[in-house]
Design a protein around this ligand. Structure first.
Ligand code: NAD
Ligand code: WQD
Length: 342
């Protein structure tokens, strides 16, 4: 059974391709390599024994997208990861974000409809909740005004999907990811941040390996037990596995309505200092960090209520924080070894 994975050479996409292939799906990737490398398909082949087909083009290009779907009209489902995701950059370049994230989604959906492909899994984000009034946050919590153009693209995308499934045969599962971290156990695939990382864990591992001098911890005056902000970190492999379950749910006709939304989190919140402590424990390294002011736009605390996903999808995140930070550290070391060899 053939599945299209857009953004399949990216961080979450590549881990999902591995899990799909492990379950016997045939995968075709479309990616414009704006934030990933084509060699990722070789690493996927090393892990699974199968090299996924990769077509390199921009999904913002309507004609190329339509042409691709005409050639692959035997696709049974689409997992749409392709998007830009840097929150700060989206504030500086809003139109670039709206165009890329929304036009690509509309092109993909139009082509799916033209070719009678009904099953779509969409990458959404916990960012749609903003700072929730109640914790843990469940799927029916109100959507707060977006803090950034990036966050707004996820909110608008969910609205585009909701309006479309009302009138077209297309069905969609939107998965709202909390904070994905870590890498595949093989250390052959992982996150490839370009330039200075914005996210906590890549910044920690790059500091420990000597690329960055010091980690800045953004704020210690939050209303949390140790004063640092709390997030629901989830292992990327746990996240990837949920996509396979979502695809099966659609294909087997088990959806309860045409647009379903699920939280993908562990249900556990960890503070920035707890993540640092976990990293220091598993790596045996002391991390150089200092406390600085809060980062503008950051929320204080968020973690998921994963009950609905656990019950309806029969999925549960299995890997704990130490496993997440250890796999991120192994990936960082593998990345640097490869760079010195080549
Ligand atoms: P990523 O940047 O590693 O992967 C996205 C991939 O999409 C990249 O390989 C990029 O080259 C490709 N791409 C971007 N625009 C494209 C276009 N117009 N045409 C073709 N390919 C294009 O990001 P990721 O972390 O794997 O995120 C995947 C999805 O999950 C995104 O939609 C992101 O918004 C969402 N998400 C990510 C996080 C996170 O923290 N990583 C959290 C919540 C949601
Ligand atoms: C985590 C915590 C920081 C870096 C982002 C997006 C969100 C979603 C997931 C896509 C925060 C602190 C960080 C650093 C720090 N992505 N931190 N020093 O901001 O929770 O979420 O990724 O949808 O939309 O906003 O993740 O990893 O940047 O930060 O102290 O150098 O670590 O303040 O408390 P965030 P993050």
């Amino acid at each position: 059974m053939k599945i299209l994975v857009t953004g399949g050479t990216g961080y979450i996409g590549s881990h999902t391709v591995v899990e799909l292939q492990n379950k016997g799906f045939e995968v075709v990737i479309v990616d414009n390599l704006s934030n990933s490398k084509k060699e990722v398909v070789d690493s996927i082949e090393k892990i699974t024994g199968t090299k996924p087909v990769l077509e390199v083009f921009d999904l913002v290009d309507r004609e190329k997208t339509a042409d691709f779907f005409k050639r692959h009209n035997d696709i049974k489902g689409v997992i749409h990861f392709a998007a830009y995701k840097a929150v700060g950059e989206s504030v500086q370049k809003p139109l670039m974000y709206y165009r890329n994230n929304l036009v690509s989604l509309m092109n993909v959906m139009e082509s799916m409809i033209e070719n009678n492909i009904d099953n779509l899994v969409f990458s959404s984000s916990c960012t749609v909740y903003g700072q929730p009034d109640e914790l843990p946050v469940s799927e029916n919590a109100p959507i707060k005004k977006a803090e950034s153009p990036y966050g707004n693209t996820k909110q608008i995308a969910e609205e585009i999907i909701a309006d479309t499934v009302n009138v077209e045969p297309i069905k969609t599962i939107a998965l709202r990811y909390f904070n994905p971290i870590g890498a595949h156990d093989s250390a052959l695939i992982g996150e490839l941040p370009l330039g200075v990382p914005n996210n906590l864990v890549p910044f920690i591992t790059q500091t420990a390996i000597g690329i960055r001098e010091q980690l800045s911890v953004f704020g210690e005056d939050y209303n949390t037990p140790d004063g640092t902000a709390i997030r629901d970190y989830i292992h990327v492999v746990d996240l990837a596995k949920a996509h396979v379950i979502a695809v099966n749910r659609m294909i087997e006709g088990n959806m309860k309505k045409d647009f379903e939304v699920f939280n993908l989190g562990t249900g556990n919140g960890y503070s920035v200092l707890e993540v640092i402590k976990s990293f220091e424990k598993v790596s045996g390294q002391k991390l150089n960090y200092k406390i600085v002011d809060r980062r503008p736009g950051d929320i204080e605390k968020v973690w998921a209520n994963p009950d609905f996903s656990n019950r309806e999808l029969g999925w549960k995140a299995e890997r704990g924080l130490d496993e997440m930070t250890l796999s991120a550290w192994k990936w960082e070391k593998a990345l640097r070894n490869n760079q010195t060899e080549s």
